[in-house]
Design a protein around this ligand. Structure first.
Ligand code: G6P
Length: 366
């Protein structure tokens, strides 16, 4: 009811603003990277496995897509990510040394549970879940688990569950990196320090809300939107597009920026806003040339630019500058303005933000 909502208009807005607390709770008690964070027997499992297969649906699938970049770059572990409903119904080649990782807010999603059971039936014994509900079927049925502490999520469009999953997945990355000899004590300390800074960093990003509201006024007049990202931020572009679709009903799709010229550029006009996630990483210069391609076709850019990138607002180019440069944890920060953009666009359009049409919070039947 209204009392629980406090100063917020919707649960989704409340949950977006709870993220600093949700991440702090999820990381509470993590003094160092030890396999036991994931349960008894994790040390032996982490030693034995040679690759990771992540299975999930919806927003949880996109946290898995982000984790693939971390697992391959930081832990050097070959990683696949697959939508649960695809994996469960196709013939695949099982590898008993592979770690199956399911990701689920509810722990009850029918396709994700079925995908887990399918993997087990193929002989996969090493299973781990990143899950927000400790008492769920998913946690009961996986050998290992990391429980995120987002708290109850009511808005159908997932927000704090996503960022806490990313925090859990980054811990898993560090634990696997350590098990495989790719994490020095100094690196461990630096990563943990960066993780402990997340709540403060998130707070500063949430303070960008007034600027995002300005963007949302433009988006509420659009029928389509394109989201671009590269590398680690391509899944964040996917999640940004999903959020906008789910609650504002505006058609949105995401592309890895390098694919722009292989199709979506044909759609770019002044009626197609292009959101670009532009962290200051090795791909920034390439992203800048993708942005020029959009401008040359009259497309209007909405850029989330890193603190120290020299991208300035100009005609057809709207820049919101992120407060800091976050390194590997950058996706956890960059998704927040995209959540707020979807939220405020939906508010401007007057949709039922917490219960969007045709969607359910948890899909427990196929
Ligand atoms: C539904 C929800 C999404 C969620 C997905 C997976 O589609 O609307 O917000 O991401 O299910 O749910 P899970 O509980 O498995 O994370």
């Amino acid at each position: 009811g209204a009392a629980e909502l406090g100063p917020y208009r919707h649960y989704m807005q409340k949950e977006i603003f709870e993220q600093p607390r949700a991440i702090a709770d999820t990381l509470e008690g993590v003094q160092g990277i030890v396999p036991a964070l994931f349960g008894d027997g994790a040390a032996q499992v982490f030693e034995q496995i040679d690759s990771v297969l992540i299975l999930a649906c919806g927003t949880s699938y996109y946290s898995g897509c982000t984790a693939k970049y971390w697992l391959e770059s930081v832990a050097k572990i070959p990683t696949q990510v697959e939508v649960a409903s695809e994996y469960r119904y196709r013939e695949s080649v099982p590898n008993p040394r592979q770690l199956i990782v399911t990701i689920s807010q509810s722990g009850e999603t029918a396709d994700t549970l079925a995908a887990l059971r399918h993997a087990q039936s193929l002989g996969h014994a090493h299973t781990l879940t990143i899950c927000n509900v400790a008492t769920s079927a998913m946690v009961r049925e996986c050998a290992l688990a990391y429980i995120t502490r987002a708290g109850v999520e009511i808005g159908v469009a997932s927000t704090k569950a996503f960022t806490t999953q990313l925090a859990g997945l980054f811990l898993l990355t560090l634990a696997l990196a350590q098990a495989k000899g790719h994490l020095s004590a100094a690196q461990e300390a630096a990563h943990l320090q960066a993780m402990r800074h997340l709540p403060v960093a998130l707070q500063a990003v949430l303070a960008l809300e007034p600027q995002i509201i300005g963007w949302a006024e433009d988006f509420a007049r659009m029928q389509n939107a394109l989201f671009l990202g590269r590398g680690l931020h391509y899944p964040i572009a996917l999640e940004g597009a999903l959020k906008l679709k789910e609650i504002s009903y505006i058609h949105a799709e995401a592309y890895p920026a390098g694919e722009l010229k292989h199709g979506p550029l044909a759609l770019v006009t002044s009626a197609m806003p292009v959101v670009t996630v532009a962290p200051n990483d090795a791909l920034l210069e390439k992203l800048k040339s993708n942005m020029q391609e959009v401008r040359a076709r009259g497309g209007v850019l909405y850029v989330l630019a890193d603190a120290d990138t020299r991208i300035e607002s100009s005609e057809g180019l709207h820049v919101i500058r992120m407060p800091e440069h976050y390194g590997a944890l950058s996706p956890i920060l960059h998704v927040v303005p995209l959540q707020l953009l979807a939220y405020h666009t939906a508010c401007a359009l007057g949709t039922d933000v917490d219960k969007p049409r045709n969607l359910a919070k948890s899909v427990t039947v196929e």
